[in-house]
Design a protein around this ligand. Structure first.
Ligand code: HEC
Ligand code: HEC
Length: 427
């Protein structure tokens, strides 16, 4: 890493404020009511209705919701978006599997953990050079933003194409196949009622409309960014943290302890926008290889994130290999698989990895034949220099870990305050 992460985090907080403001101004609602072109980041002009009639945002949101839950859009007839993105788990996976089975046979394993779809509302488009353009901050924060773990999809609309057409997910061969399923499925009449009677006649147009409905649904504040966690209540001055939670937050923020907030900002911006616990930067942590993943059965295969192989435009950038997008931590306590490859299965394991990756690497990585520890075993040696070495990763074998077990327990107590009220587990 070349740039100080704390300033990256500070910039991210300011970025969050701007984007949230745009949202609260109801840009989306205005956009739909006016039936204008989609937001600039969505690329080619797309008018939801050929006849120029207005679309009702509420009806479009409900159609998007129905499509999100509709398994008949998949080749197996069994996989819907909700199969991997369960609303009861903040639109993350409901089970503890590292990767979700899907595909044509409903059993093909994926390569990566399914993320939560909540709190992506201010996710910026991918850029290799992020500069904050307010204030006088001219430091290049490096690769930032974009949908998926490697930032390769430009918008939720672009993103939705991926699972619909991926062999390991909904497994349609082409957009025309998706539209054929839509035509013969239970939502055809609703789709025509909303987008116009000819809405399913043209494959390309129908596919765009489907993606649009899914995207609008994913922008529904109540479903996707409710901000109802206890920590939000604390920030609003309507609740307090317990002693353990408060100690955990202090550890989370302390640059000499967890230093978590450097990449997962925890404080509201100066004008009160609530934090999303990510600066959306792409960083290499050297997460252990997941030997249980089918693709990793080939010892020569590596998921290198930003430099490929799923992403193809930055293959030449050796300095990007191993970098993945920093996930937000809201609702993270509901997850049972962590990191891009789902290799760890509890927050205790994740925190221990942060605290001890460098002090006790043998606890996370296998040994080579000569007995040496193969640190960063999911990255070819030539990329090891890409791995982050700032706190809590600034230690050597034998040093005291950045967080002891009691401090780890406190950080986890704090992370549990980030769960939204509607998905709070019953006690
Ligand atoms: C078989 C499981 C599966 C299904 C089905 C699925 N997804 Fe996903 N989703 C994933 C995985 C895995 C990722 C991460 C992909 C990556 O990093 O390459 C992901 C990523 C995403 C993202 C990006 C989130 C982020 O943090 O950038 C969005 C948005 C999304 N999915 C929406 C959808 C929609 C909409 C559908 C239905 C059309 C859908 N997904 C179907 C597993 C699934
Ligand atoms: C240098 C930036 C950085 C710092 C510092 C950092 N993280 Fe992360 N965090 C990341 C990135 C990047 C990932 C995803 C890595 C991957 O999957 O390869 C991640 C992933 C996670 C995950 C897994 C979430 C999921 O959905 O799978 C948790 C939990 C987490 N971090 C918590 C913490 C805590 C707690 C701290 C402080 C002890 C911390 N992080 C410090 C960048 C950082």
């Amino acid at each position: 890493m070349t740039q100080p992460l704390c300033s990256r985090a500070a910039r991210a907080r300011r970025r969050g404020r701007r984007a949230r403001l745009a949202c609260s101004l109801g840009v989306l609602a205005g956009l739909l009511a006016a039936c204008a072109a989609p937001p600039a980041h969505q690329g080619a002009a797309y008018a939801p209705r050929a006849d120029g009639q207005r679309l009702d945002v509420a009806a479009l949101t409900e159609l998007g919701r129905a499509l999100f839950f509709e398994p008949s859009l998949s080749a197996s007839g069994r996989t819907a978006c909700a199969s991997c993105h369960d609303p009861a788990h903040a639109y993350g996976p409901a089970n503890a599997l590292s990767v979700q089975p899907a595909g044509r046979d409903g059993a093909t394993p994926g390569l990566r953990a399914a993320p939560s779809l909540r709190y992506l509302n201010t996710l910026p488009a991918f850029t290799e050079h992020h500069f904050d353009n307010d204030g006088n901050d001219s430091i290049d924060a490096g690769p930032t933003g974009g949908h998926t773990w490697d930032g390769r999809a430009g918008s939720a609309r672009e993103q939705a194409r991926l699972p619909l057409l991926s062999d390991a997910e909904m497994a349609n061969a082409a957009p025309a196949e998706v539209v054929q399923r839509l035509r013969s499925g239970p939502l055809a009449a609703r789709f025509r009622a909303l987008f116009g009677s000819a809405a399913l006649d043209d494959d390309a147009r129908a596919f765009e409309s489907l993606l649009f409905a899914l995207e609008v649904f994913q922008q529904s504040p109540r479903d996707f960014y409710p901000f109802t966690s206890r920590y939000d209540e604390v920030l609003r001055g309507r609740a307090t943290l317990s002693a353990a939670e408060a100690r955990g937050l202090a550890m989370f923020n302390d640059p000499a302890k967890g230093n978590c907030a450097a990449c997962h900002p925890s404080a509201p911006s100066a004008d009160g926008a609530l934090p999303l616990f990510t600066d959306f930067g792409l960083v290499a942590l050297g997460v252990p290889r997941h030997r249980g993943l089918a693709a990793n059965g080939d010892p020569a295969f590596f998921d290198l994130g930003l430099c490929g192989p799923l992403r193809t435009d930055l293959r030449e950038r050796a300095d990007y290999c191993g970098r993945f997008r920093t996930p937000g931590l809201r609702n993270v306590a509901l997850r049972r698989s962590f990191f891009h490859n789902g290799v760890l299965h509890s927050l205790e394991e994740v925190l221990r990895f942060y605290a001890r990756r460098d002090t006790e690497p043998q606890a996370f990585y296998p040994r080579a034949a000569d007995g040496s520890v193969r640190k960063f075993d999911d990255l070819p040696a030539r990329y090891h220099g890409n791995v982050n070495t700032e706190p809590p990763f600034d230690r050597r074998p034998g040093d005291a870990p950045a967080l002891d077990d009691a401090e780890i327990a406190d950080v986890i107590a704090f992370l549990k305050t980030l769960t939204d009220a509607d998905v709070m587990p019953q006690r």
